[in-house]
Design a protein around this ligand. Structure first.
Ligand code: AIR
Length: 205
């Protein structure tokens, strides 16, 4: 009995290393993807709603305490007059990634400019509008963490290989049975796998 007990692993909840904030719960349908992607890399995160305008004090306290609580990267998403990422960055030395949320009268252009146009000295790494934004915010966070984590670095390598593999499959699907030339043109990335046309040989050698 005692022997068995000594082999039982104690599962502690993982401490979050990435904080994902959004200006409103209405942002969640878009921004939730960031948590999903972090999960795929096995990175623990916490998710919360904090508004730079509606709960400014909470934003400041969160940013000031973040490093002490063990967070390494903060992702902040907002739409419209999107000042959340900037206000968080103003109160922490942790890297802050901003997600502009599309929507509203200006379709997200306002959020993009408000997030990206930070004054010198207080950077916010701003990702794209649309569904690429949350996914890229998560991957960028993993890339930052991977600088001191070889397991994550290896996962990122595999992620890139997977992107290549998917492109190769898509390229093959695009090629018509008789259209060898067409397949080669579409597949710059996989030139090592197909017969390389002469014009490319000149270019690559
Ligand atoms: N927002 C909330 N506080 C400050 C800002 N910029 C943003 C939210 C959301 C948009 O305003 O991030 O994208 C609309 O929020 P709501 O709550 O009215 O749906």
């Amino acid at each position: 009995m005692a022997g068995n007990r000594s082999r039982v692993a104690v599962l502690k909840p993982l401490k979050p290393v990435v904080g994902i904030l959004m200006g409103s719960d209405s942002d969640f349908s878009l921004v939730g993807k960031a948590a999903e992607v972090l999960g795929e890399f096995g990175v623990s995160c916490e998710v919360g709603v904090i508004s730079a305008h509606r709960t400014p004090d909470k934003a400041a306290v969160y940013a000031r305490d973040a490093a002490k609580r063990g967070l390494k990267v903060i992702i902040a998403a907002a739409g419209g007059a999107a000042h959340l990422a900037g206000s968080i960055a103003a109160n922490t030395t942790l890297p802050v990634i901003g997600i502009p949320v599309e929507g509203g009268a200006l379709h997200g252009l306002d959020a993009l400019l408000a997030t990206v146009q930070m004054p010198a000295g207080i950077p916010v790494a701003t990702v794209a509008l649309g569904s690429a934004g949350p996914a890229n915010a998560a991957i960028l966070a993993v890339q930052i963490l991977a600088l001191s984590n070889s397991v994550l670095a290896a996962k990122l390598k595999r992620h890139k290989q997977e992107l290549k593999r998917k492109l190769r499959l898509a390229t093959r699907a695009c090629a018509s049975p008789s259209g060898k030339g067409q397949r080669q043109e579409l597949s710059l990335d996989s030139f090592d796998e197909f017969a390389v046309p002469k014009v490319w040989l000149k270019y690559w050698q």
